[in-house]
Design a protein around this ligand. Structure first.
Ligand code: SF4
Ligand code: SF4
Length: 234
């Protein structure tokens, strides 16, 4: 099935009021001596500038950027999308995939709808957590992991969602793992697990298996504990 995605392409023909620059939270409106235009590399496609522009000068033509699929897996249905080469993920795409997944889950009376959220904190992440009951943030003990985690936790807090964190490969930097957990707790998130470095994870990927199917080692054991903790939390 073809999926349509909106892409902003121009900010011409307006009054130069600057409102678009003011309302864009992503700094994607360029102002060159009073001439406003959209930087396509920074634009998240949220459409806020279109909504607010009093002169209706910002155009959003439809552009096909990928296709979404509904597949059957050995663990149940999975809704996913494939982007065309060079196309970017967006909040609209994530919302579409979630909407279709929800329809299937409700029809089957499924207990859980799991959404694999994209990285970052832009529109795709906001769309992925919208309407969720809880957020599990999986991070790694690195500076960039710590930085991104803080931003996602702030986002979840902003939407009033309970957050849990788990640290993947925590034992490659135990001090950083402890620091991340302490910061997460300060933000109101609950640390629910630490997955150790385990070569069985690579073996599972090679064999196209889940870690639970591949091994009964430390990563598999911890993953099971994390799932139990999630089930008892939500
Ligand atoms: S809000 Fe519209 S009219 Fe105002 S500067 Fe931006 S594009 Fe131009
Ligand atoms: S669509 Fe959103 S991100 Fe893009 S320029 Fe407009 S307000 Fe900024």
């Amino acid at each position: 099935m073809a999926m349509k995605e909106l892409v902003i392409i121009s900010g011409k023909g307006g009054t130069g009021c600057g409102l678009c620059e003011e309302v864009c939270r992503f700094g994607a409106i360029q102002n060159e001596a009073g001439v406003f235009s959209v930087d396509p590399l920074s634009c998240e496609g949220c459409g806020v500038c279109v909504e607010f522009c009093p002169a209706k000068a910002i155009d959003f033509p439809e552009q096909e950027c990928g296709e979404w699929y509904s597949s059957t897996t050995r663990f149940g249905p999975m809704v996913h999308a494939r982007m065309h080469t060079g196309a970017e993920n967006s909040g609209k795409l994530v919302s579409l995939v979630k909407q279709e997944a929800r329809k299937i889950a409700e029809k089957q009376n499924d207990e859980y709808l799991l959404v694999d959220g994209p990285p970052g904190i832009g529109c795709p992440v906001i769309a992925s957590i919208t309407g969720a009951d809880a957020v599990l943030v999986v991070t790694e003990p690195t500076l960039s992991g710590e930085h991104d985690l803080n931003r996602v936790l702030q986002l979840a807090k902003h939407f009033g969602l309970p957050s849990m964190i788990c640290i993947n490969k925590w034992d490659i930097n135990p001090e950083m793992s402890a620091r991340i957990e302490a910061k997460a707790e300060k933000s109101g998130a609950v640390p629910i697990g630490r997955i150790p470095y385990d070569q069985a994870v690579t073996a599972a990927q090679i064999h196209a298996q889940t870690i639970i199917e591949e091994s009964d080692g430390p990563a598999a054991q911890e993953t099971k504990k994390i799932w139990e903790a999630i089930c008892s939390t939500i």
